[in-house]
Design a protein around this ligand. Sequence first.
Ligand code: ADP
Length: 255
Amino acid sequence: HREARGAIELRGVVLAFGAVRAIDGLDLDLRPGEVHGLIGPNGSGKTTTLNVISGYYRPQQGSLTLAGAPLPAGRPALRAPQGIARTFQTPRLVGEATVLQNVMVGATVEGRSTFLEALFQLPRQRREEREMEARARLALAAAGLAGLADVRADRLQHSELRFMEIARALMLRPAFLMLDEPAAGLATEEIKRLGALIRAIAAQGTGVLLVEHHADLIFDICDRVTVLNLGRELAAGTPAEIRTHKEVVSAYLGG
Ligand code: ADP
């Protein structure tokens, strides 16, 4: 894991698209080793929050820090060295490449090149490639896909692709992992496996932000939950606090 073991902190973050304030003064803390659920109705700012943290958007107001140091906005790849990885709502893949290759791609964004590395490029590359492959196989095993490593990615089922996405993100050994609706389209049994995988990732010290519609998954595995409404925090607390929170129940959980 990375040297940065501190929290990601958002303070008073505002992000507007024209007149629409997608995020309107949000405070949020993501801590190492914790699973933080982000829920709320459609359009409440969940994906935008994830995109701000992963560097797609620069907040127009407020601050975003990791271990107390500002996280500059930038291409998402630039976030990787800082240890923030993500998955997408729609899995991304190279269909003709193997599952293993698709996962190994996750490490290349790390792209380091020092003078010494350049000097010993060839042996270094081979060793790195072996190292990368070993890491990818471990990530695939963790994601329950060990047996599919050498299959073409376009042969995978939807649920397998979702697990492949997570394996790819793990290649970065991220300090923080942002998951955008990872349970979408999964069957109950697969959601259980997903929950176990996310808990295992957090147990390694990675902080997870989980944007998800499946309330059961959120309440089962999260340490803390933030409920958004109109780009603001409607409530925040433990799953037990959130599932009994009056406003949340009436506005969102429909109880
Ligand atoms: P959620 O993920 O909770 O469904 P979003 O973060 O996607 O919510 O969207 C929050 C608000 O910002 C919505 O009103 C949405 O229409 C708007 N929005 C999101 N992305 C864009 C964009 N790229 N351009 C314009 N408006 C956007």
